[in-house]
Design a protein around this ligand. Structure first.
Ligand code: ATP
Ligand code: MG
Ligand code: MG
Ligand code: MG
Length: 461
């Protein structure tokens, strides 16, 4: 049975026979000995294989080149080499899959992130993407741990849905009709009667509305699944397919929501610091010397909580020139969000009570008639990482808002009925998983924190 490199590097029992399998990172040597650095994905660190020339002729190691997949047996021994405590004195080497060194796209010199995006099938074999993917796993695991520990149930909301939620214009249509020649009604509109669902359906833009359904029965729930938005923007923080974590709590108000968001984010960052040490150290040294400082700062300091109206005042009197000037009523852009976080408060910010006309129909209206109990959490380097709100629990107010905004009430009859039968105050939020990944890895582009990014004109698979 093979041992994982992570376990071998931490082993205390030496001089035992071991079997390792993995991909060759480098091979170097002289006429007495060859050194092979092997990685198997279990850690960012390689294990060194030492092959004596007495046992291994140059010819026998000819196919052991960068990129090749090999299996090796040998004795785990203490190492004199710099930066490692153990190595393997090799007895046998078997090449499982050779990689033509002339053609293998991942060369030792390192590649730009842009180039690596074009070879999404090989980039997981780089140190950077190994680190990102292991951290993605750790963060997903931490999400479930947090909610399980806090008594939230994990529910699965649908991916194909008939509800438009709030995704005006951003939805991917799902249909079994011939898109080039759909059946038409007498008035010339697409007739969905023959479609699989008998009506227009989309890929979900958020699991929130269905999440509210289950929160109104189970009390505290969360969803964690893929969401889809036909974002036509080519930004470093938007994808067309991303993962979202959406908790929903019955019997909760905006303050409970802020408290949960802050505790949750701190827990996740702390989890990364405690469980991803080697990967974080690598990313810190390689890309962003402030990464570890920033992560430590976030877990140790309270977030700044602030009214939207106060934020607008700060932005209006800022010395910095913004591309889009701000007035009360403006939807904040990432340049404004980042100014508040990075320049003004120098800490994460939770902004609340936004103007109602820039927010979704389901948010609870404040007494002032102008604002709603919205909440955005803003992070350094990113801007909005969480969007949430206390929800409108009054049937009449919700129905009125739906009408005002020109939304088809028939589509939301079930959502309205939640307010008709046993309504309760409730609140929740959505955390974009890839925005979290941007923060904890320090990567600069959202396309580099998901294995197969989907964006306009993305790579072929
Ligand atoms: P933004 O203002 O950045 O476009 P949003 O306000 O449209 O975000 P929400 O509808 O509030 O986003 O969604 C909740 C969270 O989902 C956001 O706070 C963000 O973390 C994440 N998110 C939204 N859109 C995207 C996207 N296209 N790609 C990745 N993450 C996203
Ligand atoms: Mg958006
Ligand atoms: Mg926003
Ligand atoms: Mg938002």
């Amino acid at each position: 049975k093979r041992s994982k490199v992570a376990a071998l590097l931490a082993a205390t029992e030496l001089n035992q026979e071991v079997l390792v399998k993995g991909w060759v990172r480098t091979k170097r040597g002289n006429k007495f000995v060859s050194f092979i650095a092997l990685n198997d994905g279990s850690t960012i660190n390689n294990i060194q294989l030492v092959a004596d020339a007495e046992k291994f002729s140059e010819e026998s190691l000819r196919e052991v080149t960068t990129g090749a997949c090999i299996a090796a047996t040998g004795i785990l021994v203490a190492s004199q080499g710099k930066g490692q405590t153990v190595e393997i004195q090799v007895n046998t080497v078997e090449v499982l899959g050779a990689a033509d060194p002339e053609k293998y796209p991942l060369q030792k010199k390192g590649h730009s992130l842009e180039f690596l995006r074009e070879i999404a099938h090989l980039r997981p074999r780089t140190n950077t993407f190994g680190a990102v993917l292991r951290m993605r796993h750790a963060m997903a695991f931490a999400v479930h741990q947090f909610f399980n520990d806090h008594g939230f149930y994990y529910v699965h909301t649908p991916i194909i849905t008939g509800s438009d939620a709030e995704g005006a214009g951003q939805m991917f249509r799902v249909t079994t009709l011939d898109p080039l020649n759909p059946p038409k009604t007498e008035t010339g509109e697409v007739n969905y009667t023959d479609d699989f669902f008998g009506k227009q359906t989309n890929l979900t833009v958020s699991g929130q509305l269905e999440g509210e359904v289950t929160a109104m029965a189970l009390g505290q729930i969360y969803t964690f699944g893929p969401t889809f938005r036909a974002e036509n923007s080519n930004t470093t923080r938007h994808l067309a397919e991303f993962w979202m974590i959406e908790p929903e709590m019955a019997f909760a108000d905006l303050t409970d929501n802020m408290d949960l968001a802050e505790e949750f984010l701190k827990f996740l960052v702390m989890y990364a610091l405690n469980n991803c040490k080697d990967d974080l150290q690598f990313l810190n040294d390689m890309y962003d010397k402030e990464l570890l400082n920033r992560l430590n700062f976030v877990v140790q300091n309270d977030f700044q909580r602030l009214e939207y109206t106060e934020a607008v005042e700060i932005l209006k009197s800022a010395k910095q020139k913004f591309e889009f000037p701000v007035e009360w009523g403006t939807d904040l852009q990432s340049e404004h969000e980042r100014y508040l976080v990075e320049k003004h408060f120098k800490k994460p910010v939770i902004l609340i009570n936004y103007p109602k006309h820039i927010k979704a129909f389901y948010m609870k209206q404040n007494e002032d008639g102008k604002t709603v109990r919205a909440m955005d959490v803003l992070f350094p380097g990113i801007g909005e990482i969480i969007g949430g709100s206390q929800r409108e629990e009054s049937y009449d107010k919700l129905a009125q808002r739906i009408q005002e905004m020109g939304i088809h009430e028939e589509e939301l009859w079930w959502y309205l009925e939640l307010r008709k039968y046993g309504t309760a105050p409730h609140a929740g939020f959505g955390l974009g998983f890839e925005r979290l990944m941007l923060f904890v890895t320090g990567m600069g582009n959202i396309r580099d924190v998901i294995p197969f990014p989907r964006f306009p004109k993305s790579a072929e698979f």
